[in-house]
Design a protein around this ligand. Structure first.
Ligand code: MN3
Length: 233
């Protein structure tokens, strides 16, 4: 084979793609499927507020299924992305699997890290000052966030987010949508805290009593982590 025909062959193209940084990044992203993150506590770590059995099913089955289905969608390597946030910002609005399964993976990954042992974290002073600046009053803020979660009809999430201009806002989304996604009618922002109001998050322990689940949820919020996400560039 002379040099010219060698360069035209598929073999040489495959070889070149390995040294092209952009294509290598795409290839890497496609070949490195997402993983189910480990919880930063044991399944019974949120007891007695949240029960271990629900946590186990929620993490090892529901979240695992989102990861598995998202990876299956990305396996062909047709979609280039830098990370999960980038994937959701740029592809969720025109790919239903990325929207549902990618949303599920992001939302639950955020959820686990923003929860902790009940009644163990006091809100940091700088976060509470920021909340009072944006919402006027701490009690109003907590009641509005809780009410937003209560009012979400069916499955979905209530969110505390940070807008591009730094403003904090509360919103709600159906299903596994989140404010990273470019979806019509949805204000975009960086999610700092998401409250899962799918029945799978509470039905075993609380049945239809979403309000009681929310009271338990609020006891477990890791405000230090919420604040860290707020300050993160
Ligand atoms: Mn869930």
């Amino acid at each position: 084979m002379d040099k010219r025909s060698f360069l035209k062959s598929g073999l040489s193209l495959a070889g070149l793609s390995l040294i092209n940084p952009v294509q290598s990044l795409q290839k890497l992203a496609a070949e490195a499927p997402f993983e189910l993150p480990k919880l930063p506590y044991a399944y019974d770590g949120l007891e007695p507020a949240m029960d271990a059995r629900t946590m186990e099913i929620h993490h090892s089955r529901h979240h695992a299924a989102y990861v598995e289905k998202l990876n299956a969608e990305l396996a062909p390597g047709k979609i280039a992305f830098k990370n999960l946030e980038d994937l959701l910002r740029n592809h969720a609005h025109n790919n239903k699997t990325i929207r549902n399964q990618g949303g599920g993976h992001f939302n639950h990954s955020l959820l686990w890290r923003t929860l902790t042992k009940p009644d163990s974290v006091k809100m940091p002073e700088d976060l509470s000052m920021e909340i009072i600046t944006h919402f006027g009053d701490m009690e109003d803020f907590l009641l509005t966030l809780r009410q937003t979660a209560l009012d979400r009809f069916g499955s979905g999430w209530a969110w505390l987010c940070k807008a591009d201009d730094g403003r904090l806002f509360i919103t709600s989304t159906p299903n596994q949508d989140n404010p990273l996604m470019k979806i019509e009618g949805l204000v975009q922002g960086k999610p700092l805290l998401g409250i899962d109001v799918w029945e799978h998050a509470y039905y075993l322990k609380f049945q239809d009593k979403r309000a009681e689940y929310l009271d338990a949820f609020f006891r477990c919020i890791n405000w230090n982590e919420v604040n860290r996400l707020r300050l993160e560039k």
